[in-house]
Design a protein around this ligand. Structure first.
Ligand code: CO
Length: 212
């Protein structure tokens, strides 16, 4: 069974290559020349939220970073490297943080059960709970609270993006760079734009504002 599944992946790849070539014989030659995606996607690692597919993006159109619960952790070298390359080398114009309802990472952060090493990653999400404790504790329905927590988490990650030296420097240099917070509905396929409106470092609390 397992071998069959694995072999199927390679067979699928061959079929996919053929399909692309049938549609455009230069498909891969064009991609091989380089990339200039207009968008960086920071999403959850969840298998049900495939970045390209849900926005109908083709190869070459979206630079992607995914981790558990779509976090922007300011000491995460992986995320920072992706962000730096996307903003300063690729000059993306949009960064979307896309969370999703039913996120296991966010759910774990609502509870107290230890699930191993990942507790230490989830702790960043617990901080978001702490920031919004009053609003979240006021919601009685567990599911509504979970959904609200998912949304607060996305907004916080957009703020965390804006706080990075990378985004603040781009804004300082008048580089067009727009940050967005989205939540994807796994049970509907629909994206909700949270309309997070942060367009300059003056939208941040003063202590986070960097001068260059
Ligand atoms: Co998730």
């Amino acid at each position: 069974m397992e071998v069959k599944f694995y072999n199927q992946l390679l067979a699928n790849n061959k079929k996919w290559v053929q399909k692309q070539l049938d549609e455009n014989p230069d498909f891969f030659n064009e991609l091989a020349k380089g990339q200039q995606p207009p968008l960086l996607w920071i999403g959850c690692a969840d298998s049900r939220v495939p970045a390209n597919e849900i926005i109908g993006a083709k190869p070459g159109e979206v630079f992607v970073h995914r981790n558990i619960a779509n976090m922007v952790v300011h000491s995460d070298m992986n995320m920072l490297s992706v962000l730096d390359y996307a903003v300063n080398a690729l000059k993306v114009r949009h960064v979307i943080v896309c969370g999703h309802y039913g996120c296991g990472g966010v759910k774990a952060a609502m509870g107290n059960q230890s699930i191993g090493l990942i507790d230490n990653w989830v702790r960043h999400i617990k901080d978001v709970y702490r920031f919004h404790k009053t609003e979240l504790d006021a919601i009685e329905d567990e599911n509504e609270k979970f959904n609200a927590f998912v949304e607060f988490n996305v907004k916080e990650q957009v703020l965390d993006l804006a706080k990075t030296s990378i985004v603040q420097a781009a804004w300082k240099n008048n580089q067009p760079l727009y940050l967005h917070g989205w939540v994807y509905g796994i049970d509907s396929g629909i994206v909700k734009d949270l309309n997070v409106n942060i367009t300059s470092n003056e939208d941040l609390e003063e202590v986070y504002q960097l001068s260059f």
